[in-house]
Design a protein around this ligand. Structure first.
Ligand SMILES: NC(=O)c1ccc[n+]([C@@H]2O[C@H](COP(=O)([O-])OP(=O)(O)OC[C@H]3O[C@@H](n4cnc5c(N)ncnc54)[C@H](OP(=O)(O)O)[C@@H]3O)[C@@H](O)[C@H]2O)c1
Length: 285
């Protein structure tokens, strides 16, 4: 059985590839990447696949039994067609099963909602594809917050607009494990899972980071409009708006969702403290 993973050069794609290699061996896993040279370190066959190019996926999915479709990174209106290129190429090649990385979040009323809506459209396209399917809705990764630690230390605080809202974070490592099980095991077919861990507030996140890194961070909640302006000034209009929309969603409770991780992965999700410690360990290696 051959399983192909798109965006294999990225951090989530490679986490899924590494777990699949452990379970079924490198000879049964194919990486598909827009930039194949960035995926050669995975030690598997790598094929070229840019989501914008349907013909590349017509080639890349030849002889593939199951495909892992990772959500693209472009503007929401472009993503829908990009994902359709993969779905259509999968149908053409007789791929039996597709697993898709969607996202938890507000479908309306935040600046992040257009991204969530585009993911919901692809969910529908996947369900209507005629292939066997499984959908994961990813929680927010915890790693970007941890990678931002030096900035938080400089600023002496974690500052955003999430207020008292809780966010059920996950990590790429946890997702890599769950998606491998969803690809391999038939009992997941036809399921849509929230792939998240325990919900925590930003104040709790600051406390846990202090515990692990010995910092003295405090959480400072600011109004949504102020945070939006700050993020746009630092990150540009598109990414700044998306980030502000994510924290607005957390404030509104949209990331405080029940977890299906244990059903998807067959084991419990790491706690937030365990994920932060795992990140710290990864810095040492
Ligand atoms: N839950 C969260 O908190 C969160 C945060 C960020 C992103 N995401 C989502 O998570 C997924 C990827 O995350 P990641 O951590 O792996 O990000 P990453 O490490 O930045 O990797 C992004 C990947 O997307 C690939 N890519 C970009 N445009 C492409 C295209 N047109 N065709 C094919 N591949 C393309 C990149 O390929 P190259 O190597 O060629 O650049 C790279 O492999 C995406 O679905 C993204 O929407 C979720």
């Amino acid at each position: 059985m051959k399983i192909a993973v798109t965006s294999a050069s990225g951090q989530l794609g490679s986490a899924i590839v590494r777990q699949l290699v452990k379970e079924i061996g490198s000879e049964n896993v194919i990486g598909i990447a827009r930039t194949p040279a960035k995926a050669t370190h995975l030690g598997i066959e790598v094929r070229k696949g840019d989501y914008n190019d349907r013909s590349e996926f017509d080639q890349a999915l030849q002889g593939v039994d199951r495909v892992m479709l990772l959500s693209g990174m472009d503007a929401p209106d472009q993503r829908i067609q990009q994902h359709r290129n993969v779905i259509e190429a999968a149908k053409l090649n007789g791929v039996q099963k597709i697993v898709y990385t969607s996202i938890v979040g507000a479908e309306e009323n935040t600046a992040f909602s257009p991204v969530v809506q585009s993911n919901r459209q692809t969910e529908q396209d996947v369900r209507e594809s005629g292939l066997q399917w499984v959908i994961g809705r990813n929680g927010i990764y915890i790693e970007p917050d941890l990678e931002y630690l030096d900035n938080y230390i400089k600023e002496g605080e974690i500052r955003n607009c999430a207020g008292e809202g809780k966010c059920a974070y996950t990590s790429r490592g946890e997702l890599g494990y769950a998606y491998a099980q969803m690809l391999l095991n038939h009992e997941h077919n036809g399921q849509t899972y929230n792939l998240v861990g325990e919900p925590i507030t930003q104040a709790q996140l600051a406390d846990l980071m202090n515990q692990v890194f010995g910092t003295k961070l405090k959480f400072h909640s600011i109004p949504i409009e102020d945070y939006l302006e700050e993020r746009k000034a630092e990150l540009g209009d598109f990414i700044g708006t998306v980030i502000a929309g994510i924290y607005e969603g957390i404030r509104n409770g949209v990331n405080d969702v029940p977890s299906d991780f244990e059903r998807a992965a067959g084991r419990s999700h790491k706690s937030a403290l365990e994920m932060i410690k795992a990140f710290q360990n990864s810095l040492k290696h």
